[in-house]
Write a protein that binds this ligand. Structure first.
Ligand code: UDP
Length: 319
């Protein structure tokens, strides 16, 4: 039997590296493509002796050449935290537009299935709650988050274009807030920020009054949803996320309690266009994929905390 081959763009990122693990476990040969703008070799170093794993250092906004057959292309390359896309606005726009075009063209040329990593950011600051896939969103195109939101909305449109015009077997996932080991400690997201601050005994930076809500999904649940979606026949966007919603203030307090830290909370300005609420409606994923998240927040946070404690930055720190 021939070994199936998958290309994962952004394969050295947080999600890409977990996808690499899953596809290797499913018997695939994995080509991991990354330019390490926000990804890290540390995320994939445990795979360096795996003969079915290949790392290619490339910017996917340039022409992509991959020799041989490809059965699937997972397009996960992109800066994906508010701090990252504020620092790299042009790269974020380019990887969502030009990068998606290159990845789609490659999938089409190889007859491969295509999975686009889209985002709950497509809903912007949502006026429908919880968010269903048929909601078109409330996005500010010219605000600081616009570079990410609009790039992903364009990427969805382009993917549907390839599906309709070329008959490409494409799938689109709208990923809600996801956490777990291999998140970058300094990516500015709430979870690594809070855990890092708690471990260092620094004030916990809650933006605004902390009443904005998010719903956090553990990475293994997300990856399982992605695996099922790729193997489904659904071309339209599908939400994958954990519907357990909480305020950021509650979340901050939970992290402090978990770490046993003496850190106090400090309240800073809410960033521009920060969505006030976010919660996935996963009725569709439940129905067509038989999927729902399984990992309890408390368990996922503990595993993630262990990971951060093991990072070189915290060697010897005992918060
Ligand atoms: N947040 C916060 N303090 C931080 C980082 C983030 O209060 O140090 C808030 C942020 O304003 C947002 C929520 O936590 O309301 C989640 O932010 P994150 O960057 O993780 O992801 P987002 O859902 O905004 O893309």
């Amino acid at each position: 039997m021939t070994t199936p081959v998958v290309l994962i763009t952004g394969g050295a990122g947080f999600l890409g590296s977990h996808l690499s693990d899953r596809f290797l476990a499913e018997g695939y040969e994995v080509i991991c493509m990354d330019n390490l703008l926000t990804g890290s070799l540390r995320n994939i170093e445990h795979l360096s002796t795996e003969s079915r794993f290949h790392y290619v250092d490339q910017d996917v906004t340039e022409f992509i050449h991959v020799p041989g057959r490809l059965d699937a292309v997972l397009h996960f390359a992109s800066p994906a935290s508010p701090i990252d896309y504020l620092e790299y606005p042009i790269q974020t726009l380019k990887v969502g537009s030009l990068g998606t075009h290159k990845a789609l063209g490659l999938a089409h040329a190889k007859g491969a299935r295509f999975l686009l990593a889209s985002t709950s950011e497509c809903y912007g600051d949502p006026l429908v709650h919880p968010q269903t896939e048929d909601y078109w969103g409330n996005v500010n195109p010219v605000g600081p988050r616009g570079v990410y939101d609009e790039a992903k909305r364009f990427a969805e449109a382009m993917t549907m274009g390839y599906h309709r015009y070329h008959g490409l077997q494409s799938r689109i996932v709208r990923i809600f807030n996801t956490y777990g080991p291999r998140m970058r400690l300094n990516d500015g997201r709430a979870l690594p920020a809070f855990m890092g601050q708690a471990l260092r005994g620094e004030p916990i930076t809650v933006f605004g009054d902390g009443s904005q809500t998010r719903s956090f999904c553990y990475v293994s649940d997300l990856v399982d949803g992605l695996w099922r979606l790729l193997n489904s026949e659904e071309p339209y966007p599908t939400n994958i996320g954990n519907p357990r919603e909480m305020t950021i203030l509650e979340f901050a307090k939970q992290v402090v309690e978990l770490t046993g830290s003496a850190s106090e909370l400090t309240f800073l300005d809410l960033p521009e266009d920060d969505p006030k609420v976010r919660q996935p409606d996963i009725t569709k994923a439940r129905k067509i994929l038989g999927w729902e998240p399984k990992v309890l927040l408390e368990d996922g946070l503990n595993t993630t905390l262990e990971y951060f404690r093991g990072c070189p930055e915290f060697a010897g720190v005992k918060a």
